[in-house]
Design a protein around this ligand. Sequence first.
Ligand SMILES: C[C@H](O)[C@H](O)[C@@H](O)[C@@H](O)C(=O)O
Ligand SMILES: [Mg+2]
Length: 394
Amino acid sequence: MASARIVDIRAFVLRGGGADYHDQSDGHWIDDNIATPMSRYPAYRKSRRSFGINALGTLVVEVEADDGTIGFAVTTGGEPAAYIVEKHLSRFVIGQKASDIELIWDQMYFATQYYGRKGLVVNAISGVDLALWDLLGRLRQEPVHAMIGGPVRDEIQFYATGARPDLAKEMGFIGGKMPLRYAPVEGNEGMNQAIADLAEMRERVGPDFWLMLDCWMALDLDYATRLAHAAAAHGLKWIEEAISPDDYWGYQSLKKAVPPGMLVTTGEHEATRWGFRMLLEMECCDIIQPDVGWCGGLTELLKISALADAHGKLVIPHGSSVYSYHFVVTRHNSPFAEFLMMAPKADEVVPMFSPQLQGEPVPQNGRIAASALDKPGFGVELDRSLDLARPYKP
Ligand SMILES: C[C@H](O)[C@H](O)[C@@H](O)[C@@H](O)C(=O)O
Ligand SMILES: [Mg+2]
């Protein structure tokens, strides 16, 4: 293995859930009148799919070594990301040693800096990076967590994101994060309803179960501040991604304005060590939530995590299945993780990236044992019976 070289990289696209987990059918909680920055447009108020939250689809990246070993990963990005992988990033991957992950990352990032830096391009870089870590683990016959320092705990505890924190509590999760379903466009009436819904859920789950609200960038600073203060009466643990990811100054103000004890979190739509440096050095939040499939991959997330640790901040990655589990289990400042409830009614535990990953571990009683991750690479296989298309095959 020591000198295994990469002989091919392939980019496929998939539709229907999986890494692009917003790509669901009607009736799913994840697309039920959730507040967004587009809520002020009636045509786009009810459904996030109406404005294209699922426009991209899943990107599947495969990297093949000269001994025939194949590593892969999935993330959000679809055809445009596949184009970037095949037409631009591939030149930095093919011919390199499978262990030259840092070198490959550096060249992919700085070669695309003139048009990338965040968003789709960094999603594509993340997909390649995760596939490289999977390949290296398969070549070395080691789980990814063992290559980045090994577990610091015996299990990962999860909070659940979904419409039913009451059911999540019964399933053994440590908390429940609900999507905010009223936006500033619905005024005080909407806020009152959001607080009434929170109060009702607090009643159901009791005083100690964590309850959080995910605002998905939908609010302004004034509304977020008023919502936080109204929600404090019902023990809201954190207010998530309340305002635009670009408004570092607004987050800096929000963190000072929320009631004592309430946490401000954000970061799932932030990218690279430089973006998270802004959030950390401007004191924007208490917890950063990078998505390992969107922030630059595992190679970049390790750098982001060390930066956060130096600032005394927790890193709780946005739900990204095994790609974040192998990271979380090895980091002292990642004491728990997110599990996205992908069942339409959030009433049962199903694999987060279903149906794409075979062998994807799911929490039992809200936990995954570190030992469940002890398979080479990220420990999952791609379901090749799915309708994989390779739009930019050379
Ligand atoms: C539940 C939220 O609206 C998003 O759909 C979710 O993907 C993300 O923000 C999260 O934190 O899980
Ligand atoms: Mg979120």
